[in-house]
Each structure stands twice: as C-alpha cells, then as structure tokens.
Design a protein around this ligand. Structure first.
Ligand code: SF4
Length: 363
C-alpha cells in the first residue's frame, strides 16, 4: 500500500484544477466493488445531558430545559427496539452526552432505576437487546476508560467515537473551549484503548469547525497511525459542519463542496480497506459527488427514528437512497453494524459471535 507523507497529503488537500481530477481518479481506482453500503438502524439517545458544550451542538440540553431527556427508561427503549425489529433494523445505535452521570439529575434517575452510572446502564440495555431482540448494539458513548470499553465490548458488535480533530488549538476557540471531553489526547486514548482491546471501531473527522488544512492532514494521519498499529478501524466518517439556528457557531460558514470532496478522496487513499462514509442527510444535494470521490458507505439509516444529533436533517427514505446510488451506477447493499473482516473471535466476544451465528449466518 502506498504511504503518504504529511506534505503529500497537504498538497492533495490543496489541489487545484487538473490535480483535483487526478486525485479523484486515484481515489476511485482503489474501489474494489460497485457496492455502496448502509446499515438499517434505530437511534436511541439515552440522555441529552452532556458535560461538554460544543459550539456546533444541537443535541445537548441542560436539566433545566423542560424538553430535556434526563434518562430514557427501559420500557421506552424496548418499545422502540421492538418496533425497529418489525422494520428489520439490525443495528441498535446507543448514544448519549458524554459523562452525563456527573449531573445530579441523571445520577438520581440512574440510581432510581438501580444503576450506578451510565456505563452500567448501557451494558444492561445492550445485553437485553442481544437477549430479547434481533438487533446488534453499536454504542457511541464518548470518551471512556479502558476498563469500560472492555466491559462494553462483551455486548457490542462494534463501537464508535469521532476523533473530530487532533487540533488542541481548538480547545481555546468557540468550537471546543467549553468541552473538556474534546481534548484530542483523551479521544486518541479512547480510540487507542479500543485498538488494544480489538474492538471494531468507527471514527472520523468533523470538517469546518475552525481547523486548518494542515490540522486535517494531521488528524487523518493520527487515525492512520492507530489503525496501522491495531487494525481495528472499520469505518471513517467525514462529517461536514452545518450552521444551525441558535448554536454559538450559527454564523460560521460550512466547508465548501470542494474541501469536502478533497478530504473524502484523501481519506480513501489513506484507508483503502476501510469504509468511508459521508452522512447523506447532511448532504442532500451533494451526496452522490462523495461517492465519486471514493466514499462507499451511507452509514446508519433509520426507517423509524430521526437523527437526534442533526434533528433538522431527516434521513432519506431507503427508496430515495437506492435511486440516488443507482443513478450514478452503483449498487445499494445493506450491511451489518460490524464490517465482515472483523467477524471473528479475535474481535468479537463469545456472546456476540453466538448472536451472529444464531440470527445472521454460520461463521
Ligand atoms: S456535540 Fe456531543 S459532546 Fe459536544 S456538547 Fe453536543 S452532545 Fe456533548
């Protein structure tokens, strides 16, 4: 596999004119199939409370907000999961604000339900999901300790944490100045610990939150370093910042289409064997262009729940996604929330392997 230096990556991210076409052609040449995948999922935000206050967030609420979800209870979760089962969803995506249990209201709700903290609650919910539904848990609970990751590996088919950026500089800007959990060192440690534990992992970058082109190159190289060392990165999400009414970064510009196209293509060059995803609900007009730049996955698409992190941007209907994919000559195919090459006892717990054998196929 061709190695790229930081200078080469920078020059590709700064490409102009014919050099952009040549970048796209190099990225496209690495595509081994015409399949574009998606995971049929259900999205369960267990709480809206979060210790961070990112300048671009529309998800977090404070306990004083009368619309805040302090803790989604077990009955509600399993009603939604049963509905998702009926729709044939395979992935149960559990996510919530980081270290929410540092907040008194969440701690009390957890104790009332018989749990010490969010990770204990998440473990219980994932375990019950495996025991009582046809869905496979994929959790995205923010920065975690290694022992928490180890515990959750038992009941998760894969896990995720957006690196977003390696830029420490952004910790002093509107994007991350009130978000201790966005310290890149903490996020790198979580992704590295997941690698040591052999957890199939999804990560990615958030583009357009004030990072420089050089910092984008450094962020991609950091994910590559981790993947070269541990081989656990199954998918890289390239997510574009979107200005939204009411957020601190409301008046910021979103990244241009060309910036996005170049970073998607460079991601494909650096990670020829991983899924590269650009969320279609944030790119209604441009989504097809990213497939031409080397993206090969639409991510989780839910037929029954909205994208709580981007509530203003509904997911496309599966039929529309199929049309969008086929219009430019690709084939839409459903995948599991774990990529095939990670389906082995090296990466998955016995419980998950048994579930896959029973519900999905003979391994
Ligand atoms: S973006 Fe995520 S980590 Fe940041 S405040 Fe919102 S919920 Fe918390």
């Amino acid at each position: 596999m061709r190695e790229y230096s930081k200078d080469e990556i920078l020059s590709l991210l700064n490409a102009k004119g014919r050099d952009i076409l040549s970048l796209l052609s190099s990225a496209e040449s690495l595509r081994s199939t015409d399949k574009i995948t998606y995971s049929k999922n259900v999205f369960l935000p267990l709480t809206d409370i979060c210790r961070n206050e990112c300048g671009y967030c529309t998800f977090k609420k404070t306990p004083e907000d009368k619309n805040a979800r302090i803790l989604m209870n077990e009955d509600k979760i399993f009603n939604i999961l049963r509905e998702a089962d009926k729709y044939g969803c395979k992935e149960a995506l559990f996510t919530f604000g980081e270290h929410a249990d540092e907040t008194k209201e969440v701690k009390t709700a957890l104790e009332d339900a018989g749990f010490h903290n969010m990770v204990d609650y998440l473990y219980f919910i994932c375990d019950e999901t495996l025991n009582t539904t046809g869905l496979l848990p994929h959790s995205n609970p923010g920065v975690l300790k290694k022992k928490e990751l180890k515990m959750l590996k038992e009941v998760n088919v894969s896990m995720g944490l957006m690196l977003e950026t390696t830029s420490k500089r952004l910790m002093n800007t509107i994007a991350h100045e009130k978000s201790p959990g966005k310290d890149p060192d903490l996020r790198i440690k979580t992704i590295e610990d997941a690698g040591k534990l052999k957890i199939p992992f999804t990560t990615g970058l958030l583009i357009g939150i004030g990072e420089t082109i050089e910092e984008r190159a450094e962020s991609l190289l950091e994910i590559k370093r981790l993947n070269d060392k541990y081989g656990h990165i199954q998918e890289i999400i390239i997510q574009n910042f979107k200005p939204k009414a009411g957020i601190p970064m409301e008046l910021w510009k979103e990244p241009s289409l060309m910036e996005m196209v170049k970073i998607v293509a460079v991601t494909r060059l650096l990670f020829p064997d991983a899924g590269v995803q650009v969320p279609p609900n944030l790119n209604k007009q441009n989504a097809q262009v990213f497939l031409l730049a080397g993206a090969d996955d639409w991510g989780g698409i839910s037929p029954i729940t909205k994208d709580y992190v981007n509530p203003e941007a509904p997911w496309p209907e599966l039929e529309d996604l199929k049309i969008m994919t086929e219009q430019i000559g690709f084939i839409l195919e459903e995948r599991l929330p774990v990529y095939e090459k990670f389906i082995s006892p090296q990466f998955l717990s016995d419980k998950i392997i048994n579930k896959l054998e029973t519900n999905f196929f003979n391994i």
